[in-house]
Design a protein around this ligand. Structure first.
Ligand code: FES
Ligand SMILES: [Fe+2]
Length: 384
């Protein structure tokens, strides 16, 4: 994105506000309800969309120094990510090469990982450093030189992991296409993690993503909350391959009509939502960044986990600053967990009820149609 693109988005939002319209799809679109409930379809989604593509794993600041590590099992594979003493961030399957125990848990700082079972020890570049009673395992260092690597990319201040074993170097640009230009624009290297929350919910993993992809519901569902912060049913939309960018207008956008164009600022007058295919929402929000990663749980089409991370421009130094950012996250999570999630759970029950074979996305919900058509295309299903 450049200055011209920034201004074009603001002009389009002003136009939508003036004419009481929004970005429109060519037509409304029917999506089979099976997309949310069918176990066979779900298995295919896990293989293709979750374990077959690079997924956003966080921002570079999540691993601030050599030895910083994180673990999670969300993708159905135990993953250990660690920044080595050489500064390189690497990803591994978090399974000891002896008998498979996890060599690390949670997150923290470590120079070595000692398997809790028999104390095989790994360096922070994943190589196997020591095997107790090594004589009993002839040739083990040659046959099992280290933890099994996963492809990882760190670029634009963001990190991606492809949770299937392969060459550790991942070239992310072909996957991003023109989205790379937008990511560079946000200068993500300068942010710091403030807080992270994890929520498990009884709904398909795509429903938490869906809720970010239209502003049609802001008035009815968020009448007392988001409705006051964002204009309902107004959105600028652009697809980037299977991913997409949505820009929602804040009420103060109207003031731009009396402001010289040279002073117009996109981030302060909007909330921006990137659907980063297929399981991540990346959202620059005025003065901070939110990232939501959503995964299926236990192979179930009706269970999901969402990890929310809030990143801020500089680490908090005072109690006041901490209170400010805590309140910011609390408000976002209140809206999501007490308004969006109950609606999502209710939809999941509705999907299973047999009420209808298809749901419908309106012309004013182009990002939903784009997301679900992109999923069908990735799964090799017919895209009507
Ligand atoms: S399983 Fe890790 S050392 Fe035995
Ligand atoms: Fe919502």
């Amino acid at each position: 994105m450049d200055r011209a693109a920034e201004l074009a988005i603001l002009h389009s939002l002003l136009h939508y506000a003036e004419t009481k319209t929004t970005a429109l799809a060519d037509s409304a679109w029917d999506n089979p309800v099976s997309a949310y409930i069918c176990p066979d379809r779900h298995r295919r989604e896990e293989a293709v969309l979750i374990r077959g593509r690079p997924l956003v794993w966080g921002l570079s600041c999540d691993w601030p120094k050599p030895g910083s590590y994180r673990t999670d099992d969300y993708a159905g594979v135990p993953v250990l990510t660690v920044r080595g003493q050489d500064g390189t961030l690497r990803a591994f399957i978090n399974a000891c090469r002896h008998r498979g125990t996890k060599v690390a848990n949670g997150e923290g700082d470590a120079r070595v990982f000692i398997c809790p079972y028999h104390a095989w020890t790994y360096r922070d570049d994943g190589t196997l450093r020591a095997v107790p009673e090594a004589d009993c395992f002839p040739g083990v260092l040659a046959s099992r030189p280290g933890l099994t690597a996963l492809p990882l990319a760190e670029k634009y201040g963001m990190v991606w992991v492809l949770p299937t074993p392969g060459s550790p170097d991942l070239d992310i640009d072909p996957w991003l296409g023109e989205l790379a230009g937008d990511l560079a624009f946000w200068k993500l290297d300068g942010y710091h993690l403030h807080a992270r929350q994890v929520h498990y919910e009884d709904m398909n993993w795509k429903l938490p993503i869906d809720t970010f992809l239209e502003s049609y519901h802001f008035g009815p569902l968020h009448g007392e909350t988001l409705r006051r912060i964002l204009k309902p049913n107004i959105c600028d939309f652009r697809a980037f391959g299977p991913s997409a960018r949505l820009v929602y207008a804040r009420p103060k956008l109207d003031r731009l009509r009396e402001t010289p164009e040279s002073e117009w600022d996109l981030m302060w007058n909007s909330t921006i939502v990137y659907q980063m295919f297929a399981n991540t929402i990346f959202s620059p929000q005025g003065d901070h960044i939110e990232i939501f990663r959503v995964f299926p749980v236990d192979g179930r089409p009706d269970r999901a986990v969402m990890e929310t991370s809030l990143y801020i421009p500089k680490p908090v130094e005072t109690e006041d600053e901490k209170r400010h950012w805590d309140a910011n996250l609390a408000l976002a999570m209140k809206v999501i967990t007490t308004e969006d999630f109950p609606a999502g759970k209710s939809m999941q029950i509705g999907f299973g009820s047999g009420a209808q074979t298809h749901v419908i996305y309106g012309r004013n919900e182009p990002a939903l149609t784009h997301y679900h058509r992109s999923i069908r295309a990735a799964l090799g299903l017919e895209v009507a």
